[in-house]
Design a protein around this ligand. Structure first.
Ligand SMILES: NC(=O)c1ccc[n+]([C@@H]2O[C@H](COP(=O)([O-])OP(=O)(O)OC[C@H]3O[C@@H](n4cnc5c(N)ncnc54)[C@H](O)[C@@H]3O)[C@@H](O)[C@H]2O)c1
Ligand SMILES: [Fe+2]
Length: 395
């Protein structure tokens, strides 16, 4: 077996009410002044106030910062850092989807940092000597079952008008994550679908990644895919189904643990420019390029996709115990399954359905080629021409 290393957050709770779990985690680090980073949608959904009230009852002073938007722009992150400094925050809680959780990571880091955010983009670019005292204690409470940001060392920021960049550094692993499925029962169906497919993409890309794939990330990705493939259709059918929501939330977290160690690849690389240029939600942009990227990859590397088909028992012959389809056939069955699931969730994956036209594709392909951090993980080499062909197939 090859050498590998694996990291994740040190503490995780599942099922306990968020306020209770948070109160004991925060007490564990001795913090009294807490800043909760969220967004207006989460607040309007009524999720924030009861948690804040319960935390205040337990003796904490809580400030709520909700001026966060999807795909957080750099300026919004820096404004949140100023608010945390002004409040004198002793700990930061990310409470929401990937956008608030990613912002919370950077707030916890930047409050004490002398290094500017602009010098932190990329992998392991945070200079510990320029963060005296280290980052603030950081806790994450996801309210979407999607990004897995609660367990990843990644924060994605929109820089300038149209580029999404990541700060990827172990310092961004939270001190704790709280998984409370009841926070996700009110997610609207389209957000459930987009974020759920994003989580499945994390599992698929972690399992098939070229670099740093390892036995732990494989186990997590496989379990994640089983939970999500079962939970997503049930949650679409009945959003209040707590068991389906729990499967999705745990599945998304396990997928996050997998891809934090075995990183995502071309689906995300080609999705990011769509999000940055056309403000398409992260999960939807992934869904748009998913099938064409997988077909491209499976043409030369079908084996691992075939294993995922076996995992989900997609080969009818295999179900009867006599499955002997070729790798290519089983990989195709897996890709068809993902396309059917997308359709069953009512998601239209065509780029033209969000107003993207043929003329936009060269710029998308150009920007996708800049995502070198992700493209290096792809099982098959991607060029400008192949990226353009994939966008054309997705149109
Ligand atoms: N850090 C990582 O590892 C990682 C991985 C993938 C994506 N991302 C980033 O995460 C962001 C996307 O995150 P996301 O997909 O979770 O979406 P999001 O955080 O942008 O939220 C999407 C919408 O859902 C609403 N919402 C969230 N929870 C809700 C709830 N329980 N009930 C009702 N409404 C709710 C929000 O108000 C928002 O309007 C992007 O910026 C993406 O680049 C980060
Ligand atoms: Fe993602």
């Amino acid at each position: 077996m090859s050498e590998f290393s694996f990291q994740t957050v040190p503490s995780l709770t599942f099922g306990e009410p968020a306020a209770d779990a948070l109160a004991s985690m925060v007490a564990g680090v001795g913090a009294r002044r807490l800043m909760l980073v969220t967004d207006p949608g989460v607040r309007v959904a009524g999720l924030v106030d009861p948690v804040v009230a319960a935390l205040e009852t337990s003796g904490l002073t809580v400030a709520v910062y909700d001026d966060i938007e999807a795909d957080p722009p750099e300026a919004k992150v820096l404004a949140a850092v100023e608010a945390a400094r002004a409040f004198g925050a002793e700990a930061i809680v990310g409470f929401g989807g990937g956008s608030p959780m990613d912002t919370a990571k950077l707030v916890a880091l930047l409050v004490r940092a002398e290094q500017p955010l602009s010098e932190m983009y990329g992998v392991a670019q945070v200079d510990r000597s320029r963060v005296p005292g280290g980052r603030l204690p950081l806790f994450q409470v996801p309210t979407t079952a999607g990004t897995g940001s609660e367990v990843t060392p990644i924060a994605i920021v929109t820089v300038g008008a149209e580029i999404k960049l990541g700060v990827v550094d172990p310092i961004l692993y939270a001190d704790g994550a709280v998984l409370d499925p009841s926070l996700t029962t009110g997610l609207p169906p389209h957000v459930t679908a987009h974020t759920g497919i994003d989580a499945m993409v994390h599992a698929i890309e972690a399992y098939t990644t070229k670099l740093r794939k390892n036995p732990l990330s494989d186990s997590l990705a496989r379990q994640a895919l089983l939970l999500l493939a079962s939970g997503l259709p049930r949650a679409m059918e009945d959003g209040s189904d707590l068991s389906a929501r729990g499967d999705m939330l745990l599945g998304a977290t396990l997928a996050g643990q997998a891809f934090a160690n075995a990183p995502v690849a071309a689906v995300h690389a080609l999705a990011y420019p769509i999000g940055a240029l056309f403000h398409v939600p992260h999960g939807l942009s992934n869904t748009q390029v998913l099938a064409p990227v997988l077909r491209f990859n499976a043409e030369t590397n079908p084996g691992l996709y075939a294993e995922l088909a076996d995992l989900l028992v997609l080969d009818r012959a295999a179900r009867s115990g006599s499955g002997t389809g070729s790798d290519a056939d089983r990989a195709a069955a897996f890709i068809d399954f993902m396309a059917q699931l997308t359709a069953d969730c009512g998601v239209d994956p065509r780029l033209r359905s969000v107003g993207i036209s043929h003329n936009d594709l060269p710029k998308l392909a150009e920007d996708a080629m800049k995502q070198t951090r992700l493209l290096q993980n792809n099982p098959r080499e991607m060029t400008y021409e192949t990226a353009l062909a994939i966008y054309s197939a997705a149109l």
